[in-house]
Design a protein around this ligand. Structure first.
Ligand code: NAD
Ligand code: UDP
Ligand code: UDP
Length: 336
């Protein structure tokens, strides 16, 4: 017996996709630091339409002001822990506070954002057939016992500590991504981002590079948390955005580390900022917070081989670019 029902009409999106090659891209957390730089790059391509959803917890409209009113751009105030109905081809899912002081401020909200937020974006990806990229983090390696960290390392994470809302939250988000991939055939991409810095970071967000630059410009002591020998590897934001787009456009699900392997102790970082920005400031040792990872450096073999990506901007080149932006925002002119 043949059905009298007519076949479903193609969705408006699929229909338009058939005739033109425009790409509609959702960026969650697009009003934040990395997200707004990603939006700048995506908007450069005239075939892209970009929709940003953000609840402005740590991001701001100011970061996107040059796009507001642009016909290919849309900004929606929305919390990813709530259901979202839009029709898109790709989802860059960044929404989540990244700085320890903000993600610890309301840890329950942070874990909801990571778990329910990611679940919602996966449900959306499933409904519309979109490819989804999650910005996970080097924090999934916890206080690593292997150095540098390859993607195959499972990590050393405290499940009940003050950072757990963030690092365990991201670990569950990665699990959800792979379960939707295996169970529902969703196209997924996972980037494990290592410490990233650059213009538009929140001035007082507590992360080490923004703290040191703001302190140096205000003539305050640089606060190195003890012991100061702990290491991080800092990636300039333009390199990060390049890596994320390559991952989205490529054929590999990941997880893939995206970061700069140049490794520095926090004392070395303080000395570099002092030398480049304000040789007169002092370096002061202060108390640290619990569970601070002692070392962190990405193994980027996979990114090099699978994405043809490696960072180009060295710390000494990136810091002055960030200094310029912080001077403007803090109103501190450069001495001639
Ligand atoms: P950010 O805090 O500047 O940006 C996060 C954005 O998400 C903000 O605009 C914020 O308002 C928004 N947001 C937070 N919770 C939300 C919610 N529930 N609903 C909607 N929007 C929400 O941080 P960032 O440095 O740009 O980080 C972006 C992503 O990259 C995050 O997922 C972060 O975990 C990841 N990451 C960043 C770093 C880094 O060094 N910056 C390192 C590892 C991973
Ligand atoms: N979801 C969403 N937008 C959509 C489709 C789904 O926000 O376009 C959310 C939905 O609210 C649900 C989650 O994604 O809570 C998971 O959706 P899925 O369809 O996978 O699961 P189910 O709704 O069957 O529990
Ligand atoms: N840190 C510091 N001084 C500061 C802020 C942070 O020495 O004013 C140290 C912190 O103890 C950690 C490193 O810098 O070892 C990186 O901290 P951040 O919060 O930037 O990022 P994390 O990698 O810990 O998420």
């Amino acid at each position: 017996q043949t059905s009298t029902k007519s076949p479903p009409l193609p969705s408006p999106l699929r229909f338009s996709k058939f005739f033109q090659s425009n790409m509609r891209i959702l960026v969650t957390g697009g009003a934040g630091f990395i997200g707004s730089h990603l939006v700048d790059r995506l908007m450069e391509n005239e075939k892209n339409e970009v929709i940003v959803v953000d609840n402005y917890f740590t991001g701001s409209k100011d970061n996107l002001k040059k796009w507001i009113g642009h016909p290919r751009f849309e900004l929606i105030r929305h919390d990813v822990t709530e259901t979202l109905l839009v029709e898109v081809d790709q989802i860059y899912h960044l929404a989540c506070p990244a700085s320890p002081i903000f993600y610890k401020y309301n840890p329950v909200k942070t874990i909801k954002t990571n778990v329910i937020g990611t679940l919602n974006m996966l449900g959306l990806a499933k409904r519309v057939g979109a490819r989804i990229l999650l910005t996970s983090t080097s924090e999934v390696y916890g206080d690593p016992l292997i150095h540098p960290q390859p993607e195959s390392y499972w990590g050393n994470v405290n499940p009940i500590g003050v950072r757990s809302c963030y690092d365990e939250g991201k670990r569950v988000a990665e699990t959800l991504m792979f379960d939707y991939h295996r169970q529902h055939g969703i196209e997924i991409r996972i980037a494990r981002i290592f410490n990233t810095y650059g213009p538009r970071m929140n001035i007082d967000d507590g992360r080490v590079v923004s703290n040191f630059i703001a302190q140096a410009l205000r003539g305050e002591s640089l606060t190195v948390q003890k012991p100061g020998t702990q290491t991080r590897s800092f990636c300039y934001v333009s390199d990060m955005v390049d890596g994320l787009i390559r991952l989205m456009e490529g054929e590999n699900t990941g997880p893939i580390n995206i970061g700069n392997p140049g490794e520095f102790t926090m004392l070395e970082l303080a000395e570099t900022v002092k030398e480049l920005i304000n040789p007169e400031v002092e370096i002061k040792m202060v108390e640290n917070t619990p569970d601070d990872p002692r070392q962190r450096k990405p193994d980027i073999t996979k990114a090099k081989e699978l994405l043809g990506w490696e960072p180009k901007v060295k710390l000494r080149e990136g810091l002055p670019l960030m200094e310029e932006d912080f001077r403007l925002r803090l109103g501190v002119a450069k001495k001639e």
